[in-house]
Design a protein around this ligand. Sequence first.
Ligand code: SD4
Length: 336
Amino acid sequence: MLTNRRSFLKQSTVITVGTAAVGPSKLSIGENKKMPKVVEPVIVSTWPFGKASNDEALRILTMGGSGLDAIEKGIWITENDLGNGSVGAGGIPNAEGVVQLDACIMSGPGHRAGSVAAIEGVRHPISAARKVMEKTKHVMLVGTGAKAFALKEGLETAQMPIESRRQEWLKWKSNQEKNAAKNHDTIALILLAPDGHFYGGCSTSGWAYKLNGRVGDSPIIGGGLYVDDDVGAAGATGLGENVMRYCGSFQVVSFMQRGASPVEACMETVKAIARKDPKGADLSINFIAVDKQGRYGAAGSAEGFSYSVTTTTFSKVLSAAALSSKDIGPVGGNRN
Ligand code: SD4
């Protein structure tokens, strides 16, 4: 049952209707006579750093680029930011001092997906994921196989970890007991494109100082990302182990399919996980979502998650709804 529907609806933001026309003066793709409909694009991503990726995704769409181009090139912006310790070559390494990157991409049309996990030395794991989707019969490649494939496809390599991350890792290694692993973030970027279809991508260096070979939720279809062209798209950030055990992004889309707004769907997913999990609300999980009406929303298991939303009329960072302990009942796990 969806609870507190009214309060959720207040938080849920409707910015457009899927069939609303966008004039050619705003989008050059207005010239495409074959396009069945042109809708106002809505781009949503995790964290404030996602805003720069959103802006690039919008630029790509405005230039007539495809939804997949917008996802890939948008995520490139964050992957290229060496100051970002969570994504791309600037990412924090694993416990062995090796940066292992996870990424995936999904196309609503064709329900296609591509993914790479624990890939090393490739500058743009999101592009490797796209190549897996477009050039192979498979969905997911991992480790050395993923790297070999990416290199064969001509993708750029990069030196990682960068020196400052290596120095931090050395400090962490010499003082592991006292240094808790740092918080860590991911870019999940989802969009409703002008062609009326949904696309999404996710890219991360994973949890800081994770075990060698550990793969999180971000490259798992249905975990860190899910797109259903008939319903909408969802993405996740946070502690992947608490997302992937529950097919978190899939759950968000399923809630939307059953009539929930994006913010309701994100919150119902957080609640469903918190009610079942022995950790209760102590989950460190966050979701974003967009639906067919162009509505968007986000929710997290605690205060502090913010996300970025971009359309042709604004680009801004918003605070997500947060789980309240009264929403899940007494702590202890397996509550029904
Ligand atoms: C992971 N979900 O590897 C990623 C990391 C993350 O906020 O998003 N942290 O578990």
